[in-house]
Design a protein around this ligand. Structure first.
Ligand code: SF4
Length: 462
């Protein structure tokens, strides 16, 4: 499963803000590996560098030295080798007379078509299909004589999921949609302030976590902080896949350390789907903590029987069909001496199309596994996402087409156990009414025209 985007922002006069963003983007690299970008404000104007590639590939020392200013924002977006279009590098910078703003966005604007049409009919031309460009154009063209008025007016027109950072010549803004679909945290740093998709980015640059940006809140940051709260008429809908897969285990998301949530997911799986076996393995990295949780709860030893090559980026695999077919072998290597003759419990985060899992199972069988019992942290995925995660079309979701016994047979495993929805909610330890669970139960938090395709941009699910 692939992630949506990572966003970051810093307002810290006197500090090397571009370099802080650069290091923070490294911490958020797991949320996006196709493009990276940084925009910096020097007090009078906003300057931008954004290109396709990993963070380390996009920025040279010279780039960072040339990006000087008291505030900056950054963005990483995911490598989408199966996506229909290449992602657009962000931040996106827009100008309208005296108003200039750069926007970094994580999410999916569900009324983007009508907003784009309205902007086009008032003479604005688009250079990408990115939601960030729509948001940036809305902000610089909205009514108002202050950034607070313009941003608030623009945000009221957006529907769907968005966590954004906005950089103007004199201000950093961090905002979240009223449903609170994607995370966004605030921190302090040497008298300045930062905003990040995940708290792990705050840790890496020595910032102190202050609080989460609230759903529907826009935080305006200069030397001090003020905020505007949008009316919240609809329900909350925090994406539970942040805890299952997207966020790093060392991030605290909605008040819950992701590592602990995943340990609890594994323990729940052991309770709901016990089986007699010799070893517990996790599919690295996202299921490692859940496998440890399963092991602790069941008393069956945990072993690192499947090693991951973390340096095989999807961008390298994508252009060549033969290499794409080899993708799983390039990425995972089983420890045959440990696995041979053993009855394995293999814990994974989710099964989407069911194309990757049989290859992993096959690798374990080839390494001599006697039995493979698969345990999955996410309940069966039966509905595509409408809020920014590309699960392709409903007919491609294996659990939308097959029953659990049929999936077990298709995957070639000795047993298959999915977490229940209630078990997963217990593990995450958040009230059900705060969560989006639509890909399991089809109960979308906003009216969407799903058809049979997902309404997504820039993110993808395995
Ligand atoms: S539908 Fe699923 S993936 Fe999409 S936001 Fe909701 S929980 Fe997350």
């Amino acid at each position: 499963m692939h992630e949506s985007c990572g966003i970051f922002g810093v307002y810290a006069p006197g500090l090397d803000t571009a370099r802080l963003v650069f290091f923070a983007l490294f911490a958020l690299q797991h949320r996006g590996q196709e493009c990276a970008g940084i925009a910096v404000s020097d007090g009078t104007d906003v300057h931008l560098r954004a290109d396709p590639g990993l963070v380390a590939q996009v920025f040279t020392e010279g780039d960072l030295a040339g990006l000087q200013g008291h505030a900056a924002i950054g963005h990483t977006c995911y490598s989408t080798c199966n996506s229909r279009r290449p992602a657009t590098p962000q931040p996106i910078l827009e100008r309208n007379g005296p108003w200039s703003a750069a926007v970094a966005h994580n999410g999916n604007i569900t009324n983007s078509a009508s907003l784009r049409e309205a902007l086009e009919s008032s003479g604005h031309q688009f250079r990408s299909d990115s939601d960030a460009e729509i948001i940036a154009k809305l902000i610089v063209t909205s009514h108002g004589t202050t950034w607070k008025e313009k941003v608030s007016s623009a945000l009221r027109r957006l529907q769907g999921a968005y966590s954004i950072t906005v950089l103007t010549p004199d201000m950093l803004i961090a905002a979240r949609d009223p449903m609170g679909v994607r995370p966004l945290s605030l921190g302090s740093l040497d008298g300045g302030f930062v905003a990040a998709s995940e708290t792990c980015a705050l840790d890496h640059i020595g910032a102190t976590y202050l609080r989460d940006v609230q759903p529907g809140e826009a935080v305006f940051i200069t030397n001090e902080i003020s905020s505007v709260q949008q009316e919240r008429n609809g329900r909350r809908a925090f994406c539970i896949f942040e805890h299952i897969y997207f966020a790093r285990p060392d991030s605290t998301v909605e008040g819950r350390l992701v590592y602990e949530a995943r340990l609890a997911m594994g323990a729940k799986l052991a309770e709901e789907h016990p089986v007699d076996a010799d070893l517990v393995l996790g599919v690295p990295d996202s299921a490692t903590a859940a496998a440890i949780g399963y092991s602790r709860a069941s008393g069956i030893p945990y072993r690192e029987g499947l090693l991951k090559n973390r340096y095989v980026g999807r961008t390298f695999i994508a252009p060549d069909q033969r290499l794409r077919d080899l993708g799983v072998q390039l990425k995972f290597n089983p420890l045959a001496s440990l696995i041979k003759g053993q009855r394995l419990i293999v814990v994974d985060d989710s099964i989407v199309r069911g194309t990757t899992t049989p290859r992993v199972v096959n690798l374990l069988r080839q390494a001599g596994a006697r039995e493979v019992h698969l345990r999955i942290c996410a309940p069966p995925l039966r509905h595509p996402c409408a809020l920014g995660v590309d699960m392709a079309s409903e007919w491609e979701l294996i659990a939308a087409r097959k029953s659990v016994p049929e999936i077990q047979e298709y995957l070639g495993v000795d047993s298959l156990g999915y977490s229940s929805v209630t078990g997963l909610i217990d593990a995450v330890a958040l009230p059900r009414e705060l969560l989006c669970l639509a890909c399991f139960d089809g109960d979308y938090p906003l009216p969407v025209q799903m058809g049979l395709t997902s309404l997504t941009t820039g993110s993808e699910v395995k």
